[in-house]
Design a protein around this ligand. Sequence first.
Ligand code: TXA
Ligand code: MG
Length: 330
Amino acid sequence: MRSAARLLREGGLVAFPTETVYGLGADATKEEASSAIFAAKGRPKDNPLIVHIGQKKQLTQITREIPPVAHQLLHRFCPGPLTLVLKHNGSLAQTVTAGLDTVAVRIPSHPVALALLQLADIPIAAPSANRSGRPSPTTADHVWSDLAGKIDILLDSGPTSVGVESTVVDVTGKVPVLLRPGGITIEELKKAIGKIEMDPGLLNQKRKPRSPGMKYKHYAPQGELWLVQGEEKSMIRKMRQLAEQALARGKKVGILTTEEHQDQFRGLFVVSCGRRKEPASVAIRLYDALRRFDEEKVEIIYAESFPQYGLFHSIMNRLWKAAGGRVIKS
Ligand code: TXA
Ligand code: MG
């Protein structure tokens, strides 16, 4: 841990666990160090990075102002899977903020992340530690398969506990705006602060999202993923029917479903991503499940969809992106 913290201070690249997904960290105040993140991931330069800090008091070192609602959110959810977009004070590398006047900041709750950030004692820019466009890494193996040879140290702390990335909220305007649903649910946010708006880009794929990263095709397996919607029974029937048709066309087919339904797909390549009754179990396994289809070189995937509440919001947002808008109603 000490050598990882030293390496960060010297401008190196360190992959480390957070409670959401593994991050790829570098000194957020150094241009060269943060540019190396973009190179390792193959990330477009116009997509800013989240800055991670180990203590709330570091916020005043990088931001210009902290509005009251930010204090409320910090008090209620930080450390934890929440990222706040605030006005920065110019002390960070331009590459990190992609030239914007705002910065996205978070304090992760994972003990290894916290210890590393506190030892390094500098703001650390860290996107998810995957190759750009691939599903985010929830295990050290995922990081290794995407970035081996491109990073200086990888801290392996086993699977992450949340499984989807942090919730991103812009608190620079009059009313807070949800830019990316994630580990903290919309219901929890509303309970804590009352009013919150949704970025129109989240609700309508044709609108340009305000969070630069949300406009890219993301989280996608190499095969073509189709999201099948509808009432549970007819959805499962439709998935089975579509899979059989694709098989007949000679395709290598995969099914992404839950434990409750996996028996309905006997004879097919099936990956279960947790229990439908427990959104948190699906969040934990979603990205690993998506990666399994690549390992098997699956060409076409039919995925179960979920009702829009709690963590399922975030899960559906990722599946929607992985599908690149390919939705079938049953
Ligand atoms: O859970 C997480 O947030 C993980 C772990 C490693 O902390 N990190 C993560 O980073 O997901 P990344 O880079 O994969 O996603 C950052 C998101 C992108 O959608 C990016 O566009 C957005 O945050 N973002 C960063 N700075 C922003 C800003 N100033 N304004 C609006 N959105 C911003
Ligand atoms: Mg990412």
